[in-house]
Design a protein around this ligand. Sequence first.
Ligand code: HEC
Length: 422
Amino acid sequence: MPGDGPMHRGLLLSVAIIATILLVSGSTTNAHKPITSKYMYHQDVYPIFLAQCGGCHAPGAVAPMSLLSYGDAYPWAQSIKEELVNLTMPPWQPEDGFGRFKHGGSLTAQQLDIVVEWANGGTPEGVPVDHPVANVKPSWPLGEPTAIFEMPEIFTLTADVHEATRYFVIPSGFERETLIRAVDFRPGAPAIVRSAILFVDTSNKAAVYDAADPNPGFGVEDVSEFDTEQILAAWLPGQEAIALDGAAYAVPADADLVLRVTYKKTWTYEGLAVEDRSAVALYVATRDVPKVETMTLQSPSRLNTGNDQVVTFTTDLARDVDLLAILPNLATDALAVQIEALTRDGRRTPIVRLASPRPQWRTRYWLEEPLTLARGTTLEVQAIFKSDQTDGNLPVRFTLDLVSTPPVNVAKIGQAPVERNP
Ligand code: HEC
């Protein structure tokens, strides 16, 4: 039935909160408004920008403007309000309070309220504060890596090119299967590196493409082709690497590591050639730990959303598992998706809910703590599509990282998805 799922209730609630905020605060864009906001930039707004936006909206970083100084930030107040209320910035965060994640969620209702009131109430500066310089971190916060691999060559995003996705092949040189407990990434040109994904290729396919392309790395039309093997890391600007504790990704002997980098220039760099030579750092597990297994939650190939635009499908767990992380791969057009676990005693445990999925900001969501799910638990995925998408092929896919007890062949963990919607 339309409208009675927990997803619907959650979404309606969010919309209600936003509507209230807009109603209470008005939405005029007059720049010379009297100051009515009790919230000040330095005292109230800056800490939110630093924590939630600073990884990208800092000088020289990937976003078009810094939000870390008053002078840079306040002219953007109306635009900031819109991005936040539309849930488009920060890009593609898990909903606050629906599952708990290591990288944190989207803004809390209170943070949203502070920024919106500040934007509507004359953007007061408050008492100026010399904030400590942000982003001064060691280049490898997890400590000395076991191995650092640079891109084999410099890649240049030429003056006439605005954006590009390139794949760079890095032979691992591993003589035997190697257990990786963490992967970190360092952009060579932080201003243009939007995202990076590191995956494993044992097929030699990537090396063949690379050899055929005269420029450093290669580009392919159909990216799905390279998504089938283990993804070791999905990095976004400002996001710290997560080290696994008690589990590790297994990289087969002689495998190639393939680094997919997405480049995009903001207007600051338009018309300029920018060189990049990014690097990945690997941390090898020093003790024998279980291997991370993956499990795919995949929608039936052709979704029929009917009239209510909500699609539900489920997968039952055939083993006890500890869920570690979730990596979505979604159609651009979904409005929102969520995963819940339905235990045998009828309880629902929220796992993740994502609003306005944007493939360009695809990343892995690490659970704050591993979530133990017993055999027989049902994983239920719900997706809401826009009202004009009453049919069509809109795949919804999640890759779950987990360890299972006892460890099994990956393919056997989940059963075929069952579509619930008629
Ligand atoms: C992961 C990187 C990232 C994070 C985190 C992020 N942004 Fe952005 N933001 C961008 C990029 C890149 C753009 C440029 C538009 C684009 O290409 O998507 C942008 C654009 C914007 C714009 C629109 C600028 C325009 O051209 O109109 C606003 C406003 C904005 N961000 C505000 C925020 C706020 C506020 C936060 C934190 C609450 C935030 N962003 C967090 C990367 C980020």
